[in-house]
Design a protein around this ligand. Structure first.
Ligand SMILES: [Mn+2]
Length: 247
């Protein structure tokens, strides 16, 4: 079995470079040995996807079709929601038939215990976001979310994303070391909740891959970074070997 881990592509349109790269990648998985593949989508794949609105389905139709094709040919797909793709099980589970989760999950893959999560709980200092997260995740808010048309969400989302992108892009370049420190602090904290061999997250938009000593054990902590750079790297597990692959 081989597993692939991707996150934080933040696809806005089908016309951009990363839509093409992702499409090509999905097709290659479907063509090779789909029954052997477990693809992990660790959140913020789309820059905005809320609920089960057909608006988003139509907007990203070629990607929807490619993911559906991988699933239909026997590939296993796990989608963990990010903070830009929210309450998406309404479409991705109900219509496409893939597993959608919100909280961190554990999988045993080729004998390795792997914890996967979006990573939006790594920065515990970001109280404002943690508050917002609990609002977004509230069932009453979810119900309202399904009633508001997708096109309206897109307007709201475009405005919010524009503001936060400027802020977070500057923040990230200035604070890269601090972000890496947070990722590396999160790993042993998560390990205390439940043990694992490897923890994989996204959200921070900083690639990090290191070994951390926890008690008498070594665990591996990986953050996937984003697809904003000049080249795109994704993480692949084959056997018990985790490696970076350039798409
Ligand atoms: Mn995120």
């Amino acid at each position: 079995m081989e597993a692939w881990f991707i996150s934080d592509i933040h696809i806005k349109t089908m016309q951009e470079r990363n839509s093409e790269i992702l499409l090509r990648f999905l097709h290659s998985l479907t063509e090779k040995n789909p029954q052997d593949v477990h693809l992990f989508l660790l959140g913020d794949i789309f820059d905005l996807w809320i609920g089960g609105h057909t608006f988003f389905v139509k907007k990203f139709q070629p990607l929807v079709d490619a993911i559906q094709a991988l699933k239909d040919s026997g590939g296993k797909i796990t989608y963990i929601e990010g903070n830009h793709d929210v309450h998406i099980d309404r479409f991705w589970t109900d219509e496409v038939g893939i597993e959608v989760c919100v909280e961190p999950q554990y999988y045993v893959l080729n004998g390795l215990t792997v914890r996967v999560e979006h990573g939006d709980l790594i920065n515990q200092d970001d109280k404002a976001y943690l508050r917002l997260r609990s609002v977004i995740r509230h069932p009453a808010i979810e119900a309202i979310g399904h009633l508001i048309p997708g096109a309206v969400w897109e307007q709201v989302g475009a405005y919010a994303a524009k503001k936060s992108r400027v802020r977070s892009q500057q923040y990230r370049t200035k604070n890269e070391n601090r972000l890496i420190e947070m990722i590396r602090k999160h790993a042993p904290r998560a390990y205390l909740e439940k043990s694992f061999d490897v923890i994989i997250s996204g959200h921070m938009h900083v690639v990090d891959d290191c070994e951390i000593q926890v008690g008498d054990r070594k665990i591996r902590s990986i953050n996937l970074g984003s697809w904003y750079g000049a080249s795109v790297q994704v993480l692949k597990l084959s056997g018990q070997n985790m490696e970076w692959v350039t798409l």
